[in-house]
Design a protein around this ligand. Structure first.
Ligand SMILES: [Zn+2]
Length: 128
């Protein structure tokens, strides 16, 4: 699978939706898939059944159907830690180039985007 689908950034509305979802799921882990309109990440597909324990949200991600407009993943860390785990980076490559981690307390400062190899990706927040 290639990672040719690049975007110019993430729409601010999509980021806000992600942060709200993280807050409402806390202290459980939130997970979703990032969808692009071809230019920006504009949509988040919530993974159903996030009433799971930490870690299970990632497994549910693996069960989500393949969608051509999916460009990556997002999940939350209920602790204030933006570093990815071994399990995280294994999952990153399967979902696309952009992999967002949001850490407690889920403000607009509490997230980072990683490439499948675990490098930080600059993902501008764009007013769509
Ligand atoms: Zn994680």
């Amino acid at each position: 699978m290639g990672y040719s689908k690049r975007v110019a950034g993430i729409a601010r509305d999509a980021l806000r939706l992600i942060l709200e979802a993280c807050k409402s799921t806390h202290p459980k882990e939130f997970a979703g898939l990032l969808r692009s309109d071809g230019r920006l990440i504009t949509e988040v597909l919530l993974v159903p059944g996030t009433t799971s324990d930490e870690g299970s949200a990632r497994m549910l991600l693996d069960m989500m159907p393949l969608d051509i407009s999916i460009v990556g993943s997002v999940h939350s860390h209920p602790v204030h830690d933006l570093r990815f785990s071994e399990a995280d980076i294994c999952m990153f490559g399967a979902k696309g180039y952009y992999n967002i981690i949001v850490a407690y307390p889920y403000t607009e400062m509490d997230w980072a985007c990683y490439s499948p190899s675990g490098e930080r990706v600059n993902l501008p927040v764009v007013e769509a």
